[in-house]
Design a binder for this molecule. Structure first.
Ligand SMILES: [Zn+2]
Length: 295
């Protein structure tokens, strides 16, 4: 069976090769480092689609509307008339509730699908005030959330895939993981599902904090996670993609999101055909549905 693994990286854009871009300063960050006016060398035969995140609407692209667009194929900023920060509002929740990729695949009979990120007991014990686009999508498609037991069983990743954030918070019986260990777990889960999603957010926080030292810690580790996942899936049957909702970390001179394009990089099955169809964030879900529908 053919499958797709999507690794969503918040706040990763295509910037200039300069001193404010940690991707230009820090070694070992392929395939995350993509620059304007330069053809990148992408490991493992990946292809790049420089992807528009502005979606025809004025202003800086933002997380809630960008993520909604990635997860549905609906141009959410156009629908709202503006870029929506943070978490989805009611209008975006409705778009996700009707059009999420999980729901589209389920209706087509393309299952099983999964979200790899583990949720903490706080999520299960209460109603969170704010729900991420993915959480809304998971609930609307009535999918199972992974928890810390799954994490302990090497059957989930925390959003910080090394678990250091969880351990620092005092979580018990959680072991530190190397990026390579996490990448192998991600590849294993992708091998058991048709569509697998993993989300990483610390890139966006690093950009808002303009924190070069944090960038030095997280970017090589994230790059290794992605490379290990690509290396450990069967690229004849699996398509691996990374994408982002807007730029941020590629310009640490400003705390804001950027207007830059974002790198959608695709490896494996039908990678080349797939990047040709991806011009904006609204093309990601249709590309994935197309890959899985035409088995
Ligand atoms: Zn974002």
């Amino acid at each position: 069976m053919n499958s797709v693994l999507l690794i969503f990286i918040d706040g990763l854009g295509i910037g200039q090769r300069n001193k404010d871009n940690p991707l230009a300063q820090i070694p070992g960050v392929a395939p995350l480092a993509v620059f304007q006016d330069e053809e990148p060398e992408i490991p493992f035969g990946g292809f790049l689609a420089r992807t528009d995140a502005c979606l025809g609407i004025e202003g800086r692209p933002q997380s809630a509307s960008g993520q909604t667009t990635i997860l549905t194929g609906v141009n959410a900023p156009q629908k709202l008339g503006f870029h929506k920060q943070g978490f989805p509002n009611q209008a975006l929740r409705e778009v996700i509730g009707e059009h999420s990729i999980f729901l589209q695949l389920k209706k087509l009979g393309i299952t099983p699908n999964t979200f790899v990120n583990a949720y903490t007991p706080q999520f299960f014990n209460g109603t969170p005030r704010w729900k991420s686009a993915t959480t809304v999508a998971m609930e609307a498609a009535e999918m199972k959330f992974r928890d810390l037991d799954d994490l302990k069983n090497d059957d989930a990743l925390f959003h910080d895939f090394t678990n250091s954030v969880l351990i620092a918070r005092g979580a018990e019986n959680i072991a530190l993981r190397t990026p390579a260990e996490a990448g192998k777990i991600l590849a294993k889960i992708a091998g058991q599902h048709r569509f697998t999603l993993y989300e990483y957010f610390i890139t966006d926080k690093t950009g808002h904090d303009q924190d070069f030292q944090l960038a030095e810690r997280v970017l090589p580790a994230l790059a290794e996670l992605v490379r290990t996942a690509v290396e450990n899936v069967d690229l004849k049957t699996t398509t691996v993609m990374i994408t982002s909702d807007h730029g941020n970390i590629e310009d640490l001179s400003k705390r804001n999101h950027t207007l830059n394009e974002v790198p959608t990089v695709v490896w494996g099955r039908k990678a080349k055909e797939t990047v040709h169809g991806i011009k904006s964030l609204a093309d990601v879900t249709p590309a994935i549905v197309n890959l899985l529908q035409n088995d």
